[in-house]
Design a protein around this ligand. Structure first.
Ligand code: ADP
Length: 632
């Protein structure tokens, strides 16, 4: 029979497995049992929704059959099975979840760093760590044909018809010969296998059975001085079958929570937080949710699929139920189990289930609570979370025109100019001096540049904090929230920063009136480049600032430009001049006495304003000539 070759990717993984010097080879058993359990899940679900299957939950099981003499270990399930084509595509390639993620992990790390194997769902291929031949005999439920897949390792595999009575899959490993370093024989001993099942697969919800050898006193010899013993064989269930989320919180250790997470969701880092809820009421359910420590590589792409695993009374009914998880918290992973969900409806119907919506609403509250708690009690951890998912918190705030802003706004952090660390709106407002009217913020790409904005000087003097918003999406946050705890957001670029008293305002108006000729001149010189030219009291020791007119900010302009480079969406520019600066006086004199010089000063001032605002300058050549002309 012609041997088929593994796909290139699979071959590399196989080579790794075969030559693995890895110490946790034992995890192969966990992987095979987990596959068996998934296969049973699929048939169990079918049985629930289709009475023709005629199987009960109690009919399902996973069997371990070690054979020390022939050095084989069989993992047998009576799940859904695979047909010829599935054997080919599922076991011939690694484009599947667990193994694929594993390979990606390997690509990120150094191949020598094999320690990560144990932390991944490495899938079927891990069998080759302990076996030099793997045989899979499978019969798909509902089919009359059975097939045998066989491989000795990296050089390929064969598939041939065979016979098998019932649906399901037998995976038979020909266990490697012992070497000086490795006792592969231990995987044939019932006691060792028992230990491994308890360690890795205890919560599997179907019985994992094995025939074990036991000893007992021979009947009739109990009372004798030297009772005789005999050995007998008995099938035992090795796992307790209680899913971790059905156990009491106080009985589950952190390590158990974390291990479950890493195995189930293919992460190699511990989660940042665990939410374990047992809710009784209008809808009864258990939920075990995890907040990952880092974003999956595809998190911010459209390929990422959010969702929670959905169980009903311990039977998995949906691998990824998107409706259970509010969009704003799409990074959360976990499982939900509810006995109240009606099972006899299609998965499509389930999406609209009222109970599902109820649970989703509840989970939203719990996730928010957990994150708020983390922010309060373990700031370092929260900031780690924020680094990974802060962007999602912001997008979640903006989504659907701010539909979830009340939930999300408390979870946002921005850099505080005053304290030089991340701060929440609540912390900002609590620390505001009594007379401070607004929550000040500045948009821009980089904190250091923002700190140099002319407007910062006066606010700093007053002891007011400014939030630096340096992400693209930030431009939209104040406009969506408008207020936080009754305090309005105000850009430091705004005309009125709310700092002047009535008298100061009046004095400023008079000053403007007096400077009208100069301001008009500037406006005329700059033409269409600016919408308005005005005096400002906000510039401290700086002569000029270019700020956006009301409406679009400069950051939004940059954002739209990036989306569409041809876009002519532009934030209108306003030029603010500081009448207290000596340059303004120079300008005034020039306007009266030497218009050519005055025009040069205006162009220089305008370009300086653009530079400070981190905006592209329109004519760099002209600008440098002008400056050089002045200093010659
Ligand atoms: P993963 O389990 O992460 O998807 P594996 O390499 O372990 O990756 O398995 C690949 C695929 O082969 C599985 O997704 C499943 O479709 C199929 N498979 C493996 N073992 C079994 C089994 N015992 N019964 C039915 N299908 C199986």
């Amino acid at each position: 029979m012609a041997k088929k070759q593994f796909k290139a990717e699979s071959k590399r993984l196989l080579d790794l497995m075969i030559n693995s010097i890895y110490t946790h080879q034992e995890i192969f058993l966990r992987e095979l049992i987990s596959n068996a359990s998934d296969a049973i899940d699929k048939l169990a679900y079918l049985a629930l929704t289709d009475e023709h299957v005629g199987l009960n939950r109690s009919d399902f099981q996973i069997e371990l059959v070690p054979d020390e003499k022939n050095r084989t270990l069989m993992v047998r399930d009576n799940g859904i099975g695979m047909d010829q084509q599935e054997l080919e595509s599922n076991l011939g390639t690694i484009a599947r979840s667990g193994s694929f993620q594993f390979k990606q992990g390997l690509d990120e790390k150094k191949p020598e760093d094999l320690d990560i194997i144990g932390q991944f769902g490495v899938g079927f291929y891990s069998a080759f760590m302990v076996a030099d031949q793997v045989t899979v005999i499978s019969k798909k439920y509902g089919s009359d044909e059975a097939y045998m897949w066989q491989s000795d390792g990296a050089d390929g595999y064969t598939i041939a018809p065979t016979t098998k009575k019932t649906a399901g899959t037998d995976v038979i490993l020909k266990i490697k010969a012992d070497t000086e370093d490795e006792q592969y024989s231990r995987f044939l001993r019932t006691w060792e296998l028992q230990q491994l099942v308890r360690k890795y697969s205890d919560y599997i919800r179907y019985p994992i059975r094995m025939e074990v050898e036991k000893t007992r006193m021979k009947e009739g010899t109990e009372k004798e001085e030297k009772p005789e013993y005999e050995t007998y064989r008995e099938t035992e269930t090795l796992n307790s079958m209680v899913p971790i989320w059905h156990r009491k919180k106080k009985d589950v250790t952190d390590e158990e929570y974390n291990n479950f997470y890493k195995e189930k969701f293919f992460d190699f880092e511990d989660p940042l937080a665990v939410i374990h809820a047992d809710v009784e009421g209008a809808v009864t359910y258990q939920a075990l949710l995890y907040i990952p420590a880092r974003a999956p590589y595809d998190f911010y792409t459209k390929d990422f699929k959010k969702g929670l695993q959905l169980y009903s009374s311990g039977v998995m009914i949906m691998e990824n139920c998107a409706d259970l998880l509010p969009d704003c918290f799409r990074f959360v992973r976990g499982v939900v189990d509810s006995q109240d969900l009606s099972l006899n409806i299609s998965r499509e119907m389930l999406q609209h289930d009222r109970q599902l919506k109820f649970i989703a609403g509840n989970l939203e509250k719990k996730i928010k609570q957990e994150l708020s708690k983390l922010m309060e009690s373990d700031r370092e951890k929260y900031e780690k979370f924020y680094q990974a998912f802060g962007m999602q918190i912001k997008y979640g705030t903006l989504a659907d025109y701010g539909a979830k802003k009340d939930v999300m706004q408390d979870l946002i952090l921005y850099w505080s100019s005053k304290n030089e660390k991340l701060t929440s709106f609540a912390e900002y407002v609590a620390a505001m001096p009594e007379e401070q009217k607004y929550i000040y913020y500045a948009n821009g790409e980089n904190r250091n540049r923002l700190a140099q904005l002319p407007q910062m000087e006066k606010l700093r003097e007053k002891g007011y904090d400014v939030l630096f918003m340096t992400d693209e999406v930030d431009g939209f946050i104040p406009q969506t929230l408008l207020k936080y705890k009754e305090k309005e957001f105000r850009s430091v670029m705004a005309d009125d920063l709310g700092l002047a008293t009535d008298e100061e305002k009046k004095a400023a108006e008079e000053k403007s009136e007096k400077s009208k000729q100069t301001l008009d001149f500037v406006r005329q010189t700059l033409g269409e480049s600016v919408k308005e030219v005005r005096l400002s009291e906000n510039l401290g020791s700086h002569p000029v600032s270019i700020v956006p007119a009301e409406g679009m900010t400069f950051e939004m302009e940059k954002y739209f430009k990036r989306l569409n480079p041809d876009s002519d969406m532009k934030a209108e520019r306003v030029m603010e001049l500081n009448a207290e600066h000596p340059l303004f006086n120079t300008l005034q004199i020039a306007v009266a006495q030497d218009e050519e010089k005055a025009k040069k000063i205006v162009r220089i001032l305008y370009t300086q304003g653009l530079l400070m605002a981190d905006l592209p300058i329109e004519n760099p050549g002209e600008y440098t000539d002008l400056v050089c002309g002045l200093i010659q």
